[in-house]
Design a protein around this ligand. Structure first.
Ligand code: GAL
Length: 684
């Protein structure tokens, strides 16, 4: 069982990111006054300001932030302080170039951007520990400071590390994991292509190879190693900060990035997790497959679902408030009137209890001068500020909602081994990424709130049993423990849906010599006769499920029932396996397993949701159009139904029973029209 998060906000509230070092001091007082007037009650500062405290190696001066905090202390504004390790000073990288991260070919990333350091350099660890100690010991006692952010966006910009320090630390990591080279050679299958290692010094973090086709088992361990390094770096800092925190202060960091076990980082180093939400990123993705579905910014609900799995009552450290862009990349439109509020409410609807906008004012300098904040360069009041103020008023009104649980009807099961294996393995990636996205889209279209459940070493059956149905689409890597957990869930009453290629690999990422679905074959009552990608010449291969023709996706496995009680629910209707089983059901204990031989498309998932009674779970209460998302948060007996209109056109929601508008307190029933981008919140 995971430990509970150790900090929760008591009331919904609004904050903003502020960079006192980027502005003339004469602006501070007025900025704080205007923030307060807009309903902002907390600011995050300091995360890139190492040189303000240690301008020269070993010389510490606290005046700058002391002066700023003195101005803050004239108000009731609260402060989240960042540790400044994401941007090492020029003196540091010049004097100690070994702290730099490198490209895969060994060329160092230089001063001029950010996050150009590596986690494993002993010098960087020492100097980071010292600056964190300086920040925390001096500023944590200040009464305005209520929380700490470690570094900034750990593993953002890059989640790959190829410095010499990384190779040295990778060898230590592997020695601890495997003990001997024989074990390592076995786990990495190095007999293949004569890769056998005879000395630890022959081993490196993955280096440049033809087609970037490095040993897959090595790469999997490398990603595990990067995650381990990042978590240790974060914990090293939070252990220091914690020594100086006042009771009740919290430690967080802002995510969510790859090559990182965010759950472990949360459990070992943080009190609460925060996320940086920029839904307009979707508009920068030119090949966004969801474009046609108007699900662009709505895709962020998938990210927020992921965040909620890390930390159920999270905060948003950076909430988009303007157009996005660096001078070197990304061009996005400004949020249209109402969209800033829509996106902020999207966060709240998914479980955020604190929403801090990025940033107070757009920077007039540097790479991010087009990454717009609430105020523009001219510093005048504008429509975005008015939206922030109105949003803050709404949150104040709803403040007691803090801590309300998101209520999901089912969960998508994931784990880090499979996430990371799918990065290099194109066969794995194609299935997993597509199926996960299609499950999310189908849940959106069916207005079925869903969760993501990560299987961790600490996960127990009771955590799975919170959901009547689990979709576990393509767990290629399946260990004995995970298989036993899933089986136990079924025996105790759960419904498990698995897809193609489940159980194909062991924990090293090597394929197992057993019939599929490997360790779950005993539970599904099936084996897989054979499997194939569906090639372009095959067209769409479908299955017939109770008279419905449903697309079976990009990969198909032909199933063979092995137990008398295994029922064939659907058969393929195309390709050389037409007529063969595509979907089976087996009752086991108090539950059942559905074994689907394909990968998931939204139509197929919608059919699963229908047949499992998960579609429109609140349909008796309200009917929503496709352009609206439904989120449900529950506190005690009260449920809040967030209806979010992502469309540029008005949308009509029909309430089939009397509900209360959670903000005005008025009774509502029948048709309710939501304006473009409007969010309405009803309660029972
Ligand atoms: C975030 C980051 C901020 C700022 C923003 C805009 O990823 O945490 O510091 O850089 O993006 O680029």
């Amino acid at each position: 069982m995971r430990k509970q998060q150790s900090f929760q906000w008591e009331a919904l509230s609004v904050g903003v990111c502020y960079y006192p070092e980027q502005w003339d001091e004469s602006l501070w007082r007025d900025d704080l006054r205007r923030m307060w007037a807009a309903g902002i009650r907390c600011i995050r500062i300091g995360e890139f300001a190492w040189s303000k405290v240690e301008p020269v190696e070993g010389q510490f001066t606290y005046d700058f932030f002391d002066r700023f905090l003195a101005v803050v202390a004239e108000t009731e504004m609260k402060v989240i302080f960042g540790t400044p390790t994401a941007t090492p000073p020029a003196w540091l990288t010049e004097r100690y170039p070994e702290v730099l991260n490198c490209r895969q070919d060994g060329v160092p990333y230089r001063h001029g951007m950010r996050r150009h350091y590596n986690y494993n350099s002993p010098v960087y660890q020492r100097l980071s520990a010292r600056i964190v100690e300086a920040f925390a010991s001096h500023y944590a006692p200040h009464p305005s400071v209520v929380g700490w952010q470690i570094d900034n966006e750990i593993n953002c910009e890059t989640g790959d590390f190829y410095s010499e320090s990384d190779t040295a630390a990778f060898r230590v990591f592997l020695r601890e994991k495997y003990g001997s080279l024989d074990e390592l050679n076995r786990a990495w299958g190095t007999v293949f292509w004569n890769q056998t290692y005879t000395e630890w010094e022959e081993i490196y973090v993955p280096r440049t190879t033809i087609h970037n086709s490095t040993n897959p088992h090595q790469v999997l361990d490398y990603i595990r190693f990067v995650s381990d390094s990042a978590v240790r770096f974060c914990k090293m800092q939070s252990d220091i900060v914690r020594r100086y925190c006042k009771p009740g202060d919290f430690i967080t960091t802002n995510g969510l990035f790859g090559h990182l076990d965010n759950h472990r980082m949360m459990d070992e180093a943080l009190d609460v997790y925060t996320y940086d939400s920029y839904p307009n990123f979707a508009f920068c993705m030119k090949e966004d497959p969801l474009h046609a579905d108007n699900l662009n910014d709505r895709r962020w609900s998938q990210h927020l679902t992921e965040v909620r799995s890390v930390c159920p009552h999270f905060g948003i450290m950076e909430q988009q408030s303007g157009a996005l862009g660096w001078n070197t990349r990304m061009e996005s439109p400004a949020p249209k009137p109402g969209q800033l509020t829509l996106w902020a409410m999207q966060s709240v609807a998914h479980g955020a209890d604190y929403v801090s906008f990025f940033r107070w004012r757009t920077s007039v300098m540097g790479t991010e001068m087009y990454w717009h904040g609430i105020l523009d360069y001219d510093n005048r009041d504008n429509r975005k500020l008015r939206e922030v103020q109105a949003f803050a008023d709404r949150l104040h009104n709803l403040r007691e909602l803090a801590g309300a649980e998101y209520e999901a009807a089912f969960a998508l099961v994931k784990d880090y081994d499979n996430d990371w294996d799918a990065e290099l393995d194109a066969w794995h990636r194609r299935l997993t990424w597509q199926s996960e996205e299609e499950i999310f889209i189908a849940a959106q279209l069916a207005h079925t709130p869903m969760d993501i459940l990560y299987l961790l070493d600490s996960t127990e059956t009771a955590e799975l049993l919170r959901y009547p149905v689990l979709f576990c689409p393509h767990s290629l890597i399946l260990t004995e423990e995970r298989a036993a957990l899933l089986r136990d869930y079924v025996e105790q009453g759960g419904t498990l849906v698995i897809g193609a290629r489940t159980g194909q690999k062991d924990g090293t990422g090597q394929c197992v010599m057993a019939p599929m679905p490997g360790l779950l074959a005993g539970a599904t009552g099936t084996t897989v006769a054979e499997g194939t990608f569906v090639g372009p010449a095959d067209g769409t291969v479908c299955m017939d499920w109770d008279g419905r023709e449903l697309d079976t996706g990009v990969y198909n496995e032909v199933l063979t029932p092995t137990e008398p009680e295994t029922r064939v629910l659907a058969r393929y209707t195309g390709n050389y396996y037409a007529g063969e089983p595509a979907l089976t059901e087996r009752r086991l204990g108090k539950g059942k397993v559905l074994h689907f031989g394909g990968s998931f498309t939204r139509e197929t998932v919608l059919a699963f949701l229908n047949s499992l009674n998960l579609s429109e779970p609140w349909g008796d209460l309200l009917t929503l159009p496709a352009d609206c998302e439904l989120c449900v948060r529950r506190k005690g007996e009260t449920r809040l139904f967030f209806v979010l209109n992502y469309a540029a056109t008005p949308q009509t929601v029909t309430l089939h029973a009397p509900l209360t508008d959670a903000e005005t307190g008025e009774g509502v029933e029948g048709d309710v029209v939501l304006k473009p981008y409007e969010v309405k919140i009803f309660r029972n």
